[in-house]
Design a protein around this ligand. Structure first.
Ligand SMILES: CSCCC(=O)C(=O)COP(=O)(O)O
Ligand SMILES: [Zn+2]
Length: 206
């Protein structure tokens, strides 16, 4: 049976508690969503403390990112969520976080993408079954104009159907999954890999 709206809202609330607790969603940053149907998503209201979300702190939007609940302001980054639901019908949850490691690594890395290779934990990503693979994570320059940013992300998604997440430079991470648990697993995998990558780079410098 499909989860109800209340259950999906609860998944978002619990994700917020977990991600805030890990330090990956500080200071009201981040936004989370789940798919409600083929044409609607359930998203966090803009500006909320992500460790203290309640049932009123989510709202339904259409796939163009328009609020379906007058009086509630959707996340500033709503279009980056709905774009992913439109890209792949099997995506059921999208998470955006602002960890220190995602922020630092995306600023250190001056190229357009970061490649993870030969890490066993790559297998935590959907569709990856061996460490003998390369997981390419594009890095888009930050932009306060989210429609313009989404327009830069779109061709990458179309050209890379296996993409499991992307970074926005100096800003944070987007990743997704069929269910909230899949998106959370991928956030954890990314954070592990970001930390490894930063440690390897620091040791190489020493
Ligand atoms: C204080 S973080 C700045 C905005 C941002 O990047 C973010 O993730 C939260 O925006 P929202 O509108 O979803 O609260
Ligand atoms: Zn953000």
């Amino acid at each position: 049976m499909n989860p109800t709206r209340e259950q999906l809202a609860q998944q978002i609330i619990e994700a917020g508690r977990f991600l805030y607790g890990r330090g990956w969603s500080p200071a009201t940053s981040s936004n989370y969503s789940t798919r409600l149907s083929a044409s609607e998503a359930l998203l966090t209201v803009s500006g909320k403390h992500k460790g203290e979300l309640g049932p009123d702190d989510v709202l339904a939007t259409d796939m163009q990112g328009r609020s379906l609940e007058p009086g509630k302001k959707p996340s500033a980054e709503t279009l980056l969520h709905t774009q992913l639901y439109s890209w792949k019908p099997q995506i059921g949850a999208v998470l955006h976080t602002h960890s220190v490691n995602a922020t630092v690594l995306s600023r250190l890395c001056l190229s357009d993408s970061l490649v993870f290779a030969d890490y066993e934990l790559q297998k935590a990503f959907s569709g990856v079954s061996t460490h003998e693979s390369q997981v390419e994570v594009p890095i888009f320059d930050n932009d306060q104009d989210i429609a313009r940013l989404a327009a830069k992300v779109q061709p990458w998604l179309e050209a890379h159907p296996d993409c499991v997440g992307y970074l926005i430079r100096g800003h944070g991470l987007y990743t997704w999954g069929a269910r909230m648990s899949d998106a959370l697993r991928q956030i954890e995998a990314f954070e592990f890999l970001f930390e490894c990558e930063l440690k390897v780079r620091a040791l190489h410098k020493a």
